[in-house]
Design a protein. Structure first.
Ligand SMILES: Nc1ncnc2c1ncn2[C@@H]1O[C@H](COP(=O)(O)OP(=O)(O)O)[C@@H](O)[C@H]1O
Ligand SMILES: [Mg+2]
Length: 257
């Protein structure tokens, strides 16, 4: 079943066109890797999918219905860093994902509901390999552990769509490999559709079932904001294309403006 359909989407800020003519149809449980030059609108695209930003033109549907504007409804997001609350310990951070979902105004649950949320949070901490760190604060955790925490916080809401914005970009290569295994396992165990922005083409190929390249087709040197980026390559990734990684690594993803 098609999870997300994007139809002729445009996004403009004042006189700057960021995205133009974006069309996309994504099946449930796809893992879409997104690459493109810095500043070409990848985060903006994720924020539109999250419901945090409204497109200027075009439509986005989730399971056939217009995208709900409540970001916490069915979508979760993990940023490159700093998406956890520094004043909450690990288990409280993960429980906050649930509290914001179930009590959006207060961001708090009480009594039995809170205890149940904390129990559930411990289970999600265990799923990302952080059960030993339940009482630790983010500052006491390594970058990789903080990202595991952010992933648990997003997953506890059981999102249908998980948006990852360069989630592993700040991590050391060895840790990144562990995180790849983690995210593939969590994705495999769920029905989530994942969109992951990455600067690392190899990572995009390794994890994705599909690779979307955002780029500007038209560029006016005298008016840098006149045109936006669109999807210029949309590659289905299977074992064969993954094997041709080296050829595809030569794709020109350099910034044109
Ligand atoms: N809230 C905003 N107001 C105005 N301009 C914005 C806003 N958010 C993003 N932009 C601009 O949109 C362009 C795309 O930004 P972004 O989506 O963050 O790119 P990417 O994630 O691909 O690096 C940039 O030129 C950025 O300055
Ligand atoms: Mg970005």
């Amino acid at each position: 079943m098609t999870a997300i359909t994007v139809n002729n989407l445009w996004k403009e800020y004042a006189d700057q066109v960021v995205l133009e003519r974006v069309n996309l149809s994504v099946h449930n449980k796809s893992f879409c890797s997104i690459v493109g030059a810095s500043g070409c609108g990848k985060t903006t695209f994720l924020r539109i999918l999250l419901g945090q930003e409204i497109q200027s033109r075009g439509t986005v549907t989730l399971n056939g219905a217009p995208l709900p504007m409540d970001p916490s409804a069915e979508r979760g997001i993990v940023f490159q860093r700093y998406s956890v609350f520094p004043h909450l310990n690990a288990v409280q951070n993960v429980a906050m994902g649930l509290e914001l979902k179930r009590s959006p105004m207060l961001g708090r649950l009480f009594g039995g509901a809170r205890n149940a949320a904390l129990d559930e949070a411990r289970a999600y901490l265990a799923a990302v390999g952080l059960d030993f760190a339940a009482d630790k604060y983010p500052a006491e955790l390594s970058g990789g552990m903080q990202q595991r925490l952010a992933i648990a916080q997003a997953l506890i809401k059981k999102p249908k769509v998980l948006l990852l914005d360069e989630p592993f970009g700040a991590l050391d290569p060895g840790i990144r490999t562990d995180m790849h295994e983690l995210i593939l396992r969590l994705w495999d165990e769920s029905d989530m559709t994942i969109f992951m922005v990455t600067h690392d083409l190899e990572e995009g190929f390794k994890l994705g079932t599909r690779m979307l390249v955002f780029d500007k087709v038209r560029v006016d040197p005298d008016a840098p904001g006149a045109f936006g980026a669109t999807i210029t390559y949309d590659l289905a990734l299977n074992k064969k294309t993954k094997g041709e990684l080296k050829d595809i690594q030569n794709l020109d993803l350099k910034k044109k403006d």
